[in-house]
Design a protein. Structure first.
Ligand code: CU
Length: 169
Protein backbone atom coordinates (compact mmCIF):
# COMPACT_ATOMS: atom_id res chain seq x y z
CA UNK A 1 0.00 0.00 0.00
CA UNK A 2 2.83 2.37 0.84
CA UNK A 3 4.73 1.97 -2.41
CA UNK A 4 1.49 2.34 -4.29
CA UNK A 5 0.57 5.50 -2.42
CA UNK A 6 3.99 6.97 -3.16
CA UNK A 7 3.67 6.20 -6.82
CA UNK A 8 0.19 7.68 -7.02
CA UNK A 9 1.41 10.77 -5.26
CA UNK A 10 4.31 11.12 -7.68
CA UNK A 11 1.96 10.79 -10.61
CA UNK A 12 -0.35 13.38 -9.12
CA UNK A 13 2.52 15.76 -8.55
CA UNK A 14 3.83 15.51 -12.09
CA UNK A 15 0.30 15.99 -13.40
CA UNK A 16 -0.04 19.10 -11.29
CA UNK A 17 3.22 20.41 -12.68
CA UNK A 18 2.10 19.78 -16.24
CA UNK A 19 -1.21 21.51 -15.59
CA UNK A 20 0.56 24.46 -14.00
CA UNK A 21 2.76 24.88 -17.06
CA UNK A 22 -0.04 24.64 -19.59
CA UNK A 23 -2.30 26.70 -17.35
CA UNK A 24 0.11 29.61 -17.30
CA UNK A 25 -0.14 30.58 -20.95
CA UNK A 26 -3.08 32.58 -22.08
CA UNK A 27 -4.74 33.45 -18.82
CA UNK A 28 -2.78 36.58 -18.03
CA UNK A 29 -5.43 39.12 -17.23
CA UNK A 30 -4.89 42.00 -19.61
CA UNK A 31 -7.73 44.29 -18.71
CA UNK A 32 -8.74 47.63 -20.10
CA UNK A 33 -8.41 47.10 -23.83
CA UNK A 34 -9.79 49.79 -26.08
CA UNK A 35 -11.78 48.03 -28.77
CA UNK A 36 -15.37 48.30 -27.63
CA UNK A 37 -16.60 48.63 -31.20
CA UNK A 38 -15.71 45.08 -32.10
CA UNK A 39 -16.63 43.62 -28.76
CA UNK A 40 -17.93 40.08 -29.22
CA UNK A 41 -21.53 39.31 -28.32
CA UNK A 42 -21.74 35.53 -28.43
CA UNK A 43 -25.02 33.72 -28.95
CA UNK A 44 -25.76 30.23 -27.73
CA UNK A 45 -27.77 27.42 -29.27
CA UNK A 46 -28.54 23.75 -28.64
CA UNK A 47 -27.89 24.06 -24.93
CA UNK A 48 -28.72 20.97 -22.91
CA UNK A 49 -27.84 18.90 -19.88
CA UNK A 50 -28.24 15.12 -19.94
CA UNK A 51 -30.24 14.11 -16.87
CA UNK A 52 -27.66 13.60 -14.12
CA UNK A 53 -27.27 10.11 -12.67
CA UNK A 54 -27.01 11.53 -9.15
CA UNK A 55 -26.28 14.79 -7.38
CA UNK A 56 -22.50 14.41 -7.68
CA UNK A 57 -21.97 15.85 -11.13
CA UNK A 58 -23.57 16.86 -14.39
CA UNK A 59 -22.41 17.97 -17.81
CA UNK A 60 -23.64 20.76 -20.05
CA UNK A 61 -23.29 21.05 -23.80
CA UNK A 62 -24.00 23.82 -26.31
CA UNK A 63 -22.77 25.70 -29.33
CA UNK A 64 -21.40 29.18 -28.68
CA UNK A 65 -21.38 31.39 -31.78
CA UNK A 66 -19.23 34.43 -32.21
CA UNK A 67 -20.25 36.60 -35.16
CA UNK A 68 -17.80 39.37 -34.38
CA UNK A 69 -14.34 39.72 -35.83
CA UNK A 70 -12.79 39.54 -32.39
CA UNK A 71 -11.83 36.21 -30.90
CA UNK A 72 -12.93 35.64 -27.34
CA UNK A 73 -12.52 33.08 -24.59
CA UNK A 74 -14.97 31.27 -22.39
CA UNK A 75 -13.37 31.76 -18.98
CA UNK A 76 -15.96 30.56 -16.50
CA UNK A 77 -19.52 29.47 -15.78
CA UNK A 78 -21.81 30.00 -12.81
CA UNK A 79 -25.18 28.50 -11.86
CA UNK A 80 -27.49 28.33 -8.88
CA UNK A 81 -27.44 24.53 -9.24
CA UNK A 82 -23.82 24.22 -8.15
CA UNK A 83 -21.11 26.35 -6.62
CA UNK A 84 -18.39 24.63 -8.60
CA UNK A 85 -18.64 24.71 -12.36
CA UNK A 86 -15.61 23.77 -14.40
CA UNK A 87 -14.62 23.86 -18.03
CA UNK A 88 -13.44 20.44 -19.15
CA UNK A 89 -11.88 19.06 -22.26
CA UNK A 90 -11.56 15.40 -23.11
CA UNK A 91 -8.17 14.07 -24.10
CA UNK A 92 -7.61 10.36 -24.71
CA UNK A 93 -11.07 9.75 -23.26
CA UNK A 94 -10.13 11.45 -19.99
CA UNK A 95 -11.62 14.69 -18.78
CA UNK A 96 -9.41 17.44 -17.53
CA UNK A 97 -10.12 20.95 -16.34
CA UNK A 98 -8.91 23.84 -18.47
CA UNK A 99 -8.80 27.53 -17.54
CA UNK A 100 -10.55 28.70 -20.70
CA UNK A 101 -11.69 27.74 -24.19
CA UNK A 102 -11.25 29.78 -27.35
CA UNK A 103 -14.29 31.18 -29.10
CA UNK A 104 -12.85 31.98 -32.53
CA UNK A 105 -13.73 35.17 -34.43
CA UNK A 106 -16.52 34.56 -36.93
CA UNK A 107 -16.68 31.04 -35.63
CA UNK A 108 -18.08 28.87 -32.93
CA UNK A 109 -17.10 26.86 -29.91
CA UNK A 110 -18.83 23.51 -29.74
CA UNK A 111 -19.29 21.86 -26.40
CA UNK A 112 -20.34 18.36 -27.33
CA UNK A 113 -20.45 14.92 -25.83
CA UNK A 114 -17.08 13.25 -25.91
CA UNK A 115 -15.38 16.63 -26.25
CA UNK A 116 -15.24 19.89 -24.39
CA UNK A 117 -18.03 20.55 -21.92
CA UNK A 118 -19.13 22.37 -18.80
CA UNK A 119 -19.04 20.28 -15.66
CA UNK A 120 -21.13 20.81 -12.55
CA UNK A 121 -19.34 19.42 -9.50
CA UNK A 122 -21.77 18.78 -6.67
CA UNK A 123 -25.43 19.54 -7.36
CA UNK A 124 -27.87 21.17 -4.96
CA UNK A 125 -30.67 19.18 -6.57
CA UNK A 126 -30.93 16.53 -9.27
CA UNK A 127 -32.71 17.89 -12.36
CA UNK A 128 -35.05 15.63 -14.33
CA UNK A 129 -35.88 15.43 -18.03
CA UNK A 130 -37.96 18.47 -18.95
CA UNK A 131 -36.43 20.72 -16.29
CA UNK A 132 -34.50 23.85 -17.13
CA UNK A 133 -31.17 24.82 -15.63
CA UNK A 134 -29.89 28.35 -15.98
CA UNK A 135 -26.19 29.04 -16.28
CA UNK A 136 -24.24 32.22 -16.85
CA UNK A 137 -21.28 32.08 -19.19
CA UNK A 138 -18.38 34.42 -18.58
CA UNK A 139 -16.05 35.57 -21.29
CA UNK A 140 -12.76 37.36 -21.43
CA UNK A 141 -14.19 40.19 -23.54
CA UNK A 142 -17.92 39.75 -24.03
CA UNK A 143 -20.50 40.49 -21.37
CA UNK A 144 -21.84 37.50 -19.45
CA UNK A 145 -24.48 35.47 -21.29
CA UNK A 146 -27.37 33.71 -19.55
CA UNK A 147 -28.27 30.34 -21.02
CA UNK A 148 -31.15 28.02 -20.27
CA UNK A 149 -30.23 24.34 -20.50
CA UNK A 150 -32.92 21.82 -21.39
CA UNK A 151 -32.54 18.70 -19.30
CA UNK A 152 -32.64 15.74 -21.70
CA UNK A 153 -32.48 11.98 -21.56
CA UNK A 154 -29.16 10.56 -20.44
CA UNK A 155 -28.37 9.29 -23.93
CA UNK A 156 -29.21 12.54 -25.73
CA UNK A 157 -26.36 13.83 -27.87
CA UNK A 158 -27.92 17.01 -29.24
CA UNK A 159 -30.07 17.70 -32.30
CA UNK A 160 -31.39 14.12 -32.34
CA UNK A 161 -32.26 13.00 -35.85
CA UNK A 162 -35.88 11.92 -36.10
CA UNK A 163 -35.51 8.18 -36.41
CA UNK A 164 -38.67 6.40 -37.52
CA UNK A 165 -37.12 3.04 -36.81
CA UNK A 166 -38.38 1.35 -33.71
CA UNK A 167 -37.85 3.74 -30.81
CA UNK A 168 -40.69 3.37 -28.33
CA UNK A 169 -40.39 6.98 -27.24
CU1 CU B 1 -16.08 16.73 -17.27
Amino acid sequence: MNARTTRTLAAALSLTAALAISGCSGSSGSSGSKDDASKPAPTVGDAFMPQPVNDKMAGAFMVIKNDSKTADKLTGVTSTLSDDLQIHETKDQKMQQVPSLNVPANGELKLERGGTHIMFMGLKSTPKVGDKVTVELRFEKADPVKVELDVKERTYTGQAPTSAAGNAH
